[in-house]
Design a protein around this ligand. Structure first.
Ligand code: PLP
Length: 388
């Protein structure tokens, strides 16, 4: 491909620098403040961020930690999940949801998804509850909440705690209630590609039970209280003050990031519709109960065409990705759990058909046009090939 061609059509899947560069001076000043203070851990910026996030999630407490993965692990530790316990979760999610369960020596019980939202199917959750079940972990995948009214009702009926994996869903809502406020503990991530992305790793747990929150905080700091007296066997999982300082700058813009993502999603829907592409691919479904924050925009490409469409877009320099190509129940590391191919049909189908397109806040209209034109071109040449 010629250089001219590349610069004309290339659209990155994600460009974190565009958003961050607008805040560069403010971010650098906030970092300088931490450097000068010397309080690299437990600085006041961490508490400030915790207050803001608790307010956003409408929970009483928020506890910072080192990553979204640690948040999930700490949540399971706080619930005293033991070896041999069962935890119900979707197979169609990022690995960390399940690895936290496995780390505790417990068994992940993978259940199928609702094919429209890609989120855990409440009926499948209910059907998977056994006498060994100790928790339910719904994931708010791609920025849209799972059916939390139904899931919390099932949890209540069986007296089970709910841990929300809200890593992709900060700012999302379901029936007007924020992600993280539905369950016993909500887990957030500040990984750079998330809607509130830091400049390194970071995570947070939100929780309205004061005792549980204190336990989470204790577990994240070696179970130590007071200094060198250990009440519990915890881990070391802290959010660096520098990350908190950066996130305090960025969180003031979270609403505008979400607005821009929603605008991009709506514009994709218009462009796909007017290009006649809704005959070829399926647009992401938005539940009427959900305030979707569009961490990802995934279309469904039926008819075994997904991988050739991917290849076409990649050749045009159009960023794309598949979240996630291998469901967790089919991962090598979970082979011993004994799941067979075909046992979670909706999950397996979604993994074969889904294709994610650029949706980040600073994506330009021109870039969006390029993405949609690239897809249109693919289907036009496919029908030409069929006609020939
Ligand atoms: C990103 C992510 C995590 C893990 O968060 P990290 O901060 O990267 O450890 C967990 N679950 C889901 C669904 C995620 O997308």
């Amino acid at each position: 491909m010629s250089k001219e061609n590349t610069t004309k059509s290339s659209v990155p899947l994600l460009d974190v620098n565009r958003g961050n560069s607008l805040l560069r001076d403010e971010i650098l000043a906030s970092i300088a403040e931490v450097v000068d203070s010397g309080r690299f851990l437990h600085g006041p910026q961490v508490g400030e961020l915790e207050c803001t996030v608790a307010g956003l999630c409408q929970t009483k407490q928020a506890i910072a930690c080192a990553s979204g993965s640690d948040a999930l692990l700490l949540a399971l530790m706080a619930l005293d999940i033991q070896s041999g316990d069962e935890v119900i979760l979707p197979s169609f999610t990022f690995f960390a949801t399940a690895s936290a369960v496995a780390r505790m020596g417990a068994n992940p019980v993978f259940v199928d998804i609702d094919p429209k939202t890609y989120n855990i199917c409440p009926d499948a959750v209910e059907a998977s509850v056994t006498s060994r079940t100790r928790a339910i972990m719904p994931v708010h995948l791609f920025g849209q909440c799972a059916a939390m009214d139904k899931i919390t009702a099932i949890a209540k009926k069986h007296d089970l705690p709910v841990i929300e994996d809200a890593a992709q869903a900060i700012g999302a809502e379901y029936m007007g209630r924020p992600a993280g406020a539905w369950g016993d503990i909500g887990c957030l991530s500040f990984y750079p590609t998330k809607n509130l992305g830091g400049m390194g790793d970071g995570g947070m747990m939100v929780c309205s039970d004061t005792e549980m929150a204190a336990k989470l905080r204790l577990l994240a700091s070696h179970g130590m209280q007071p200094r060198y007296y250990h009440k519990l066997v915890g881990i070391n999982s802290r959010l660096d003050t520098i990350q908190a300082a950066i996130l305090n700058v960025k969180i003031a813009h979270l609403q505008s990031y979400c607005d821009a993502r929603q605008k991009n999603a709506a514009r994709y829907a218009e462009l796909f519709t007017s290009a006649g592409l809704t005959e070829c691919v399926e647009l992401p479904y938005q539940s009427p109960h959900a305030l979707h924050v569009w961490n990802q925009f995934g279309i469904r490409v039926p008819g075994g065409m997904r991988d050739s469409l991917r290849k076409h877009l990649t050749e045009l320099g159009i960023g794309n990705e598949v979240y996630y190509p291998v469901p967790l129940h089919q991962q090598e590391c979970f082979r011993d759990l004994g799941y067979t191919d075909g046992c979670l049909p909706q999950t397996e189908k979604a993994a074969k058909e889904i294709l994610h397109l650029p949706i980040y806040p600073d994506l330009t209209e021109r870039e969006q046009d390029t993405v949609v034109n690239g897809i249109k071109q693919f289907y036009e040449s496919a029908s030409l090939r069929r006609a020939a």
